[in-house]
Design a protein around this ligand. Structure first.
Ligand SMILES: Nc1ncnc2c1ncn2[C@@H]1O[C@H](COP(=O)(O)OP(=O)(O)OP(=O)(O)O)[C@@H](O)[C@H]1O
Length: 814
């Protein structure tokens, strides 16, 4: 990632507008530009720092050298590059990009530099294509072919964004391009405005596509393709200042709109990555074409031009702010390569080789680590299962407690039911009794013990109940208690309530009347609150359990993935083993081939020798037998290896055979030598000096050749043996690895299946617990409902009982 390079250039003041005292509003110091003073009104100081700041005296050469050169060179190397000039109208953009005869601008310098650079790179060949377009009133026109107007932008998966139908000229030197640019300039839209007699009314994009590839290995090397955009934007303008109307006004609107969109894109890109929601590249053709240069795959520089005159101060400030924001944009440029099939193949081969090396180097280590990781995971998994178990037990314990609570509640409800039933009975009975036992003065006969079930005698009853009841702030309770305070005595209430005085206190009497919970109702509320809390606890625990179950499932799937990976590795290893197994087979085949060829050679040689009894013939027969036997031994050894016999049973007989072969060869050569000597003597005897010498020489040379050949064969055999030994060892090692991996996989599979079983059990338990909980919650709700109903019924009955009581009282008074 690299930041966009941003520079500011101040154009020299127009001669007619030069300040009298010659001093400028803008002070340039190194890479900083500051607004220092105004002629009439003081202006607050503003100071900006950029990668480069060029003052009025700067030349296009220095701008090119410091700002653009690196991008041009990078483009030749295969990086996309973009340079564009931004600024208000008449600030010097065209001057910077196109330049003059005496001081060529960035475009001309770039073109020359590209070719200079190309000539310096001798090991690559280049193909350059150029195009030149303008965006005029939001329409793309081809400047190299006037007939190509209103071109459309298209997007391609490989080519990216491109202008369809744009003429691309293949060029071979800088002069050719410069001529093309000149011809394109003629077609460009310029116009006269108040601000600039030769004002660019369009954005122009000069584009060079640089393709290159290595001269050597051209079929296997990648092709580098880079795009270099050199952009001269039209200047932003204030309609009032330019005095535009008609065509100029329309142009101005399009220019301002597209520059505003460019500003938006820059703003969005300068936001931190988090804030960047959507970059509106598609809002204008300019931003769409420049998309790779703005936050994409390109090296980009922007030169912001400002006019030094005081009346341009606001525009200049705007330009500097634009530049400041652009400075925050980062691009990610990379060499663009197109790979031919051959190049791709070559690269992939290299990659495969690299991977193979890595695999060989650290295979065992990687496997060990993998296994360690797996066993760690299993351990973790088991621990979690353990923890889940304890949680489940805890949950069960709590469930039991809950059941106990429910039982207790049921019991109290049953008691309440009894109480209600009893009060009904008493009430009916009392009514009967009153109607029968009314005395003339309305008073009850306290001494009459035959009253059944007993006269409610308030006078004789102790007032402890009333006292007890009055301990509560009765005014806050149901009015029933108030009226009862004067009349109730403990005995009566004890009888009425069958000893459930305390239960009465638990009830809320009149639901309709403002009431506060009595101590018992408070207890009930507390109790249900407690239960509610417990239920909530249970719920959260279940939630926790569900989460854990989910995470376990995730881990399980991770393990399955790991397992699959291991399987893949195993199959790769198997392939490798098969490949290794093939080696001895192939070796044995080639040895057999050698043997056949050798046999043919010997047969031919034999047929060539006239004297079958000569030492040459003898030597040939002797060595041919030995060599055939040697080759046979080799073949045998390979087949033994192929059959997978053990080292001990293979090496000893073979080495014995080697010894025998060596001895027989030695014998043959000595016998041949002795024969030769005998022949020598014989020849001596027959005075065939010259002939003898020749034969001797010939024999000697042949013997030495055979000896050399024999030594070579021995060496080859030795090498083969070594090779075989190493391949056998690696084969064994691989097989061991495969075995251990198999075991590992089996144990993992077993563990995984165990764990999944455990998981199933846990989830089953959890589901059961959830069901129980739901049932319990439902029962509890029903019970609460029932209690409410009973409470209500009881209160109603109690009310009627009180009214009945009052009635009796008044009747008694009467
Ligand atoms: N650095 C400079 N040195 C000398 N002359 C300059 C410089 N910059 C600009 N000028 C002159 O200023 C005038 C306006 O410059 P130019 O046409 O390049 O502005 P511009 O920003 O391209 O304007 P527009 O957006 O209207 O096309 C031209 O006459 C040009 O020669």
């Amino acid at each position: 990632m690299e930041k966009i390079c941003v520079a500011v250039r101040v154009r020299p003041p127009a001669p007619e507008l030069s300040p009298e005292n010659g001093s400028s509003l803008w002070k340039v110091e190194d890479n900083r530009i500051s607004l220092i003073k105004s002629l009439d009104t003081p202006i607050s100081t503003a100071s900006y720092a950029f990668d480069h700041v060029f003052d009025e005296s700067s030349t296009n050469a220095s701008v090119y050298e410091l700002l653009t050169k690196d991008i041009i060179h990078a483009a030749v190397e295969g990086f996309n590059g973009t340079a564009f000039a931004y600024g208000q109208t008449s600030s010097g953009k065209t001057f910077t990009m196109t330049g003059s005869e005496t001081d060529p601008g960035i475009i001309r310098r770039s073109v020359r530099d590209v070719f200079e650079r190309i000539h310096m790179i001798s090991d690559r060949e280049f193909l350059i294509r150029v195009s030149y377009m303008e965006i005029y009133n939001e329409e793309i026109n081809d400047l190299l072919a006037v007939e190509n107007q209103r071109l459309q932008i298209h997007e391609h998966l490989e080519r990216g964004v491109f202008v369809a139908g744009l003429k691309e000229e293949i060029v071979s030197d800088a002069e050719q391009i410069l001529k093309l640019i000149d011809s394109g300039e003629v077609n460009r839209h310029f116009g006269e405005t108040n601000m600039n007699v030769h004002s660019s009314r369009s954005h122009t994009i000069f584009r060079m596509v640089i393709e290159s590839r290595g001269k050597e290995n051209s079929s296997t090397d990648a092709i580098r393709v880079s795009v270099l955009n050199l952009v001269d934007l039209a200047g932003s303008e204030r309609i009032a200042k330019t005095g535009a109307g008609g065509v100029r006004l329309t142009e101005g609107k399009y220019i301002n709109k597209s520059l505003m969109i460019l500003g938006n894109v820059i703003n969005k890109l300068s936001d931190s990555a988090k804030l960047r929601a959507h970059i509106p590249y598609r809002d204008s053709k300019l931003t769409r074409i420049l998309q790779p240069a703005l936050g994409g795959n390109a090296k980009t520089c922007i030169i912001c031009t400002i006019a030094p005159e005081e009346h341009h101060i606001e525009e200049s400030k705007g330009t500097l702010q634009f530049a400041s924001r652009a400075k925050r944009i980062t691009n990610c440029a990379q060499v663009n390569e197109i790979l031919t099939d051959a190049a791709l193949l070559k690269r992939q081969k290299l990659e495969i080789e690299e991977l193979r090396m890595k695999l060989q180097g650290s295979h065992a280590e990687v496997l060990e680590q993998e296994i360690l990781k797996l066993s760690n995971q299993m351990l973790k998994y088991e621990l979690e299962c353990e923890r889940l178990k304890t949680q489940l037990e805890e949950e069960r314990r709590k469930q039991k407690e809950q059941e106990q609570c429910i039982k207790e509640q049921k019991l109290s409800i049953a008691n309440l039911n009894d109480l209600v039933a009893n009060s009904n009975f008493k009430r009916n009975h009392s009514e009967d009794f009153i109607s029968v036992r009314k005395t003339p003065d309305g008073l009850c006969n306290v001494n009459d013990s035959s009253d059944v079930p007993g006269t409610p005698c308030f006078k004789s009853a102790s007032h402890s109940f009333v006292v007890a009841r009055s301990n509560y702030s009765l005014s806050e309770f149901s009015p029933m208690v108030d009226s009862l305070g004067d009349v109730a005595d403990e005995d009566t209430w004890m009888k009425l309530n069958k000893g459930f005085v305390a239960d009465l206190d638990k009830l809320q009497f009149t639901p309709a009347v403002k009431c506060q919970p009595t101590p018992l109702s408070m207890a009930t509320t507390e109790y249900s609150l407690e239960n509610h809390k417990e239920v909530e606890d249970l719920k959260s625990q279940i939630e926790l359990l569900t989460n854990e179950k989910d995470s376990l499932q995730v881990k399980f799937s991770e393990q399955v993935l790991l397992n699959n990976k291991l399987m893949e590795q195993m199959s790769e290893l198997k392939q490798e083993t098969l490949h290794m197994k093939e080696i001895p087979k192939r070796l044995s085949e080639s040895v057999a081939n050698c043997r056949d060829i050798y046999k043919d050679v010997i047969v031919t040689m034999k047929s060539l020798i006239a004297d079958q009894e000569s030492p040459m013939a003898m030597l040939l027969f002797g060595t041919s037998e030995i060599t055939t036997s040697l080759l046979l031994t080799l073949e045998e050894q390979f087949s033994i290896i192929m059959d997978g016999e053990k080292e001990g049973s293979v090496n000893n007989p073979l080495s014995d055979r080697w010894k025998t072969l060596r001895v027989s060869l030695k014998n043959t050569t000595t016998s041949l030598l002795s024969e030769a000597q005998a022949k020598d003597e014989y020849l001596k005897c027959h005075n065939k000096g010259q002939e003898k010498a020749d034969l001797e020489e010939k024999l000697k040379s042949e013997l030495s050749t055979i000896k050399e050949r024999y030594n070579e064969l021995e060496k080859e055999l030795c090498l083969d043996k070594q090779h075989l030994e190493t391949s056998r060892k690696s084969h064994e090692r691989l097989e061991k690895e495969v075995q251990s991996l198999k075991k590992e996989r089996e144990s993992l599979n077993a563990q995984v299946s165990q764990t999944s079983q455990r998981l199933r059990v846990v989830s089953h338990d959890k589901e059961n617990a959830l069901k129980d909980l739901n049932v319990e919650v439902k029962t509890r709700k029903e019970m609460q409902e029932e209690i409410k109903q009973i409470t209500f019924a009881f209160a109603t009955r109690h009310k009627s009982f009180v009214s009945f009581h009052n009635e009796i009282k008044s009747k008694m008074r009467n």
